[in-house]
Design a protein around this ligand. Sequence first.
Ligand SMILES: Cc1cc2nc3c(=O)[nH]c(=O)nc-3n(C[C@H](O)[C@H](O)[C@H](O)COP(=O)(O)OP(=O)(O)OC[C@H]3O[C@@H](n4cnc5c(N)ncnc54)[C@H](O)[C@@H]3O)c2cc1C
Length: 402
Amino acid sequence: MPDSLPWDQISNPKVLHSSVAAPVIVVGAGLAGCWIARTLADKGVNVLVLEAGTHVARAGSSNPVGLFKPYVTRSNSYPMQFYLEAYRCLQQRLQQWNLHAASNYTPCGVLQLVEHPYPQSTHYRIVAASETNQPLSKDLKGQALLFDQAGWLNPAALCRALLQHKHIEVRCEQRITDISAATDNQWKLSIEATSELTAKHVVLGTGANHIGLDVTKALNTIPARGQLSRFSVAQGASKLSNVVNGKSYVIPDGDSVVVGATFERGVNDASLVELDNALNLQGLNDTVPGYEVNPRAISSYSGVRATTQDRLPMVGPVPDSDRCNDVYADIRHGRQLDQYPPLPVHKGLYAIAGLGSRGIVTAPFVASLLSDFMLGGQAINEWTPLINPARFIIRQLKRSGG
Ligand SMILES: Cc1cc2nc3c(=O)[nH]c(=O)nc-3n(C[C@H](O)[C@H](O)[C@H](O)COP(=O)(O)OP(=O)(O)OC[C@H]3O[C@@H](n4cnc5c(N)ncnc54)[C@H](O)[C@@H]3O)c2cc1C
């Protein structure tokens, strides 16, 4: 872990007490919102989840199939440690809360094709791609990493299961259009300009539909549309035994495979595109050459990811951008770092944003860090240099000179 800088030492100025009956409001019922709701509820906190759509998991998390695996790099790194912790947390929570069946958890193993050799590790087995037990494996080239315990699950089903808890109430068709500070240390949330709710603690998990408000302007993410395509396996072709992850991922699911996902940075539109099914078919051919499927996709799914410049999420108290720009203005040429004040934040307003392409793996861990922080813990500080939403404000100030 790098040395901690003033803006990365965050302490909560408004600690939540689990005995308080008034609920924490969570905005958004995707993986971010559902994991934080469940993690708080598990600690005895009452939670009210407000979702704009007609049902839970209607946006980025509505995909029927998603991959979970450890994200590893060739040499050990701080981000790799973060992803390994996240992966451990996902596995532990699914087991602890008995979510395997409800999420269609399928730990069939993930075979990751790699171009350059990887070192030995306890996180995977190194195998020659041509010697794996996949059909047509003789055509696979190079080395592969086999993650035995990894696999796929159904994110939308997982979201629904997470919200089944006596401390959680869910209200759909509740689009939040404004958030402002109210009296008595509360946040006021406007719902489609027709009604209002107040809460002392509010968590934003709004994915790519970032609410463009003054208080949330530090949470800007970059949309990236993606599409998955399902192809039926040709008659007589053998089934894949693991997920194969190469140029695309190919997920075996009964008599079909799900292939994805396309990645269109800057596009915030979840309409289905026929061309993307062709791209996914090409991705299948590149990843498992010669694998025979019926070339017309039998179904497809598209969604929009909320990504960040460094591909890491933004998790924690929402920074007060105006005050950050003020107190850290001279950072490029300024004082010694220890003379700067701690991070100015909007007290009681928190976010899990920018889960990008890895939200299935990272959401439970960041929810665990955030709930601990809300209840007065400090565990998040081990990871703030990576996930602090304020890092982009600081980087901008360093570039511009304030
Ligand atoms: C095609 C595709 C494939 C993917 N594959 C994988 C994979 O294999 N592995 C993996 O780990 N990850 C994968 N991901 C990424 C993962 O699905 C996302 O990171 C995750 O779903 C994001 O969850 P979220 O809760 O942040 O956002 P979302 O799921 O988008 O949830 C945000 C919710 O907030 C609601 N909302 C927004 N604004 C408001 C408002 N103003 N008021 C009330 N509610 C609001 C929305 O309606 C939505 O339900 C994939 C994503 C896509 C699109």
